[in-house]
Design a protein around this ligand. Sequence first.
Ligand code: SF4
Length: 470
Amino acid sequence: MPEQRLTLPDRITELETPDPLKPDPDADMFAHRDLRSDAFWQHIPRFANTSESEFLDSKFQNKNSAKTAEQLERLVGELTGDAFMKDVKEGLRQAPMLLRLSPYLLSLIDWENPYDDPIRRQFIPVASKRLPDHPMLQLDSLHEQKDSPTSSLVHRYPDKVLFLALDVCPVYCRFCTRSYAIGGDTESVDKVSYKPKSSNWDEAFAYLLSRREVEDVVVSGGDAYFLPPNRLREIGEILLAIPHIRRIRFATKGPAVMPMRILTDDEWTGTLLDLAEQGRQFDKEVCLHTHFNHPAEITDITRRAMSRLFQGGLKVRNQSVLIRGVNDDADTMNLLTKRLSWVNLQPYYVYQHDMVKGVEDLRTTVGQTLEIERNVRGFTAGFNTPTFVNDVPGGGGKRDVHSFDYYDETTGISVYRSPSVDEDRVHLYFDPIPLLPDEGQARWADRREHSRMIDETLAAAGCEALELAN
Ligand code: SF4
């Protein structure tokens, strides 16, 4: 889809430029517009002769995705060397998530320095960088299973539900909050299953029809990208027909890992745009929520894909996770924010990294998140500035990261309350121990100190009388 330009009227171009009050911006100011448009996939030997039209075919992307360490080795082994691949194989043996990497993602990784590459860090585990889990970590840290009235729904907030429609994704993120369910069993985790069975869906539809307070449905999983067009239409049209449901969000990582599907799978994209159009006719919003974490994930292919959705009238919002070594500095986060906005993706949330098994090397502290937010806010327009949130452990839901009742930077414990979910409970988030000051690390090294630190923090927050969510 070529970029189209409007022509400026002569009366504007012929005007004298007013004296500038500000110095000319330096080149960095425009870095977000610099999108890769080269044949970047051709540096992977297997794709050296792959044409653009072949690379843009989502069937090619699915067929050539690496789903095992052996497939990854066949695709990039000669670029990385044996030691790295051995590290990956051992990392995968311990990881809670499977592997799935599209040729698009593989081609964006710097294989000369894979250890530091922000895309590699998110999707390919290496055993040598693994850190012990925090002692307070649980597998389902958000307690979604406790808030599930049916096998496919999470109903936590009063007027909103999460519809877990399927359990597969176009990529498996190392840091996935739903590592207890998504992507099939691994050597370290036997998963809960969210198969897209009609009986599961019918049970969910019946529940939603009976709950008149529900106005918002997030269709996730798993990932709506992998719903075939007929199932996408089925779920969209039934939800639109439920009178009290006003907003439907399809959540997908797809645009970040396989944006070409939007350009070349006309049946899927057409179904999505048709649902949005049907929604508009009934004053209901159908939109897409996606998940980019690093500016390098946004290329000119992404721009063209987002342009198709924008021109089709579909709103797309982005939710990022703050990840160590990926986007945990203000410059990267600002570049990501501006680049998202440039391609019509609205930066919506940045999440404090959930407490997830096996990825302690990826978490940051709440203190770091506050500092990054301070630098991001004011860098661009407010409606394109993401809100930094902490989806607090124990099922408290998303809280503005600043809204803790107390935060001890030495022990790394922050205290949050979530009165709209449960006013009698209190939620604790724990910073990663290796990033704490020496005193905090020493206290966590002594098991007898654990409950003492928690009691001290609750007392300092004035929350001793509340029940601890766990
Ligand atoms: S795409 Fe979303 S649901 Fe799927 S593995 Fe990644 S974070 Fe989890």
